[in-house]
Ligand binder design. Sequence first.
Ligand SMILES: Nc1nc2c(ncn2[C@@H]2O[C@H](COP(=O)(O)OP(=O)(O)OP(=O)(O)O)[C@@H](O)[C@H]2O)c(=O)[nH]1
Ligand SMILES: [Mg+2]
Length: 554
Amino acid sequence: MALTVGTAGHIDHGKTTLVEALTGKNTDRLPQERERGISIDLGYAPLELPDGTQLSVVDVPGHERFVRTMVAGATGIDLFLLVIDAAEGARPQTHEHLAILRLLGVDRGVVALTKSDLVDEETLELARDEAEQLVPGAPVVAVSARTGAGLDELRTALAEVARGCERADADGATRLYVDRAFSLHGIGTVATGTLWSGSIGDGDELSIEPQGRAVRVRSVQVHDRAVERAEAGQRVAVALPGVERRELPRGSALVTSGAFPASYRLDVALEEVAEIPSRVHVHHGTVEVPARVVRIGDRWAQLRLAAPVVAARGDRVVLRAGTTVGGGTVLDPAPPRHASAERMELVERGEIAATVSAPVPVESLRHLGSADGLVHAGDWVFSQAWLDELRAELQRRIASADPLDPGVPPPAEPWVAAVVPLLGLERRGAKLYLPGATADLGARADAADALEAGLGLDPVKIEDRVLARYLEEQGRLVLVGDGYAVSAAAYAQARAALVAECEAAGSITLARFRDLLGVGRRTAQLLLERFDADGLTRRADDARVLRRRGTIAS
Ligand SMILES: Nc1nc2c(ncn2[C@@H]2O[C@H](COP(=O)(O)OP(=O)(O)OP(=O)(O)O)[C@@H](O)[C@H]2O)c(=O)[nH]1
Ligand SMILES: [Mg+2]
């Protein structure tokens, strides 16, 4: 099992020197680090313990200005190596680093009291008492990087604590947060990071998020040694041919495509260290993003981020505003904008199905865990209760629809195609009907008779459009113009006159048609337009001729 141990502690307390004493590797590789004698960036070294345990060591800077770097190094570690100068005791960044470790959920580790060669027995005991109070339960080991005293005991303590650590997500989707990217001659771009979950091997197809760039891994190294597959918990370098270095800024995630959402919002359960202001910097993975904190209830918040992050449920974040003010556990890595305490509580308890009523994309729940108990249709999920309510509502509206056209338009929503087949209604044209529903004149039978009786060749305006359409479908009238009707008999008679004239004379003008019928110009005009619309006639100059099809049909 691969585990990563991260150093922590105040500036100059001896972290880097201790890592070198343990591993033989000086992790302060930058020229400024060597000149100034302080660590600036993260350092990495492999550490093999006497019992065979392989650890990756991440050495972090202690300087107050580089706490952000410390957080980037500390996310993804399994255990800590808290370094306290035996002469100085705990100092501000001792406390801040410890708070950050707690916020990140890193609760196992060892305390090393360094520079023991410089203090007398009494001072060492005072430092030991302080350390034991500060980190209850963690072994405290006095060491000297200079004389080598206590190093074996420290290795044993690390091995012991490492035995109690487990990585839960070794089999999960691949996730690595890039902490460094550089170009190597003849190889191209190489990205490094701690593999949080899954594994990475030669030829794997992964995605750089949140950029959404597909990549193929060419070769993989763990601590400068080529391996076939790197596993969760290991310190990994991957060659990514064809990718530019600038496409891999610190904080990018190398992941199984589609396995993790990239989101501008995170719903979290808060942990307060100090009062959390409304504007903070959110540290997650190896990235730091400014964010607005929208408090929900007294325990939760939605973090509205200035740039998208790639997170998963259960991840930890650290919130800083000048100093470390708090942290949080991600409840929903891609939540809807409108958060409520009610939803937060359900999501926190893992009752994901209970958060859904109306349809949401299946995709939006994938990152929350199981959504059993919901109805799936196409790309949507929703609750059975919602579906029943929609069906009942549509049936109510159908019941009060015009009996001549007892249908209702389906909801104009993106999920309509997925949901309609589950409603037990019949789709006819643009509306939904009860299965087998037919039009019914009902109480309007008398009105229909009266209307029909009042029709002749002169168009009559009809107010009840639904009734008019129904009667036309029944062949009891013919609609002309906009909302006018003539009797079916009059229409047939006019049509016969037109056809006879056209067959005799070849064409017919408006004036001729009007005279033939003995009607006004407007009536003649409306009828001719209807003949055109029916495909019986077409206009030819200022007359009309029969369409061929019309001739045959008549
Ligand atoms: N005498 C003595 N000096 C030590 C020991 N460990 C570290 N030092 C000295 O303490 C100074 C600081 O050590 P570093 O290892 O750079 O401290 P650090 O914690 O890595 O510092 P930052 O990374 O800047 O936070 C150096 O001059 C070391 O030589 C020790 O065990 N004994
Ligand atoms: Mg250092």
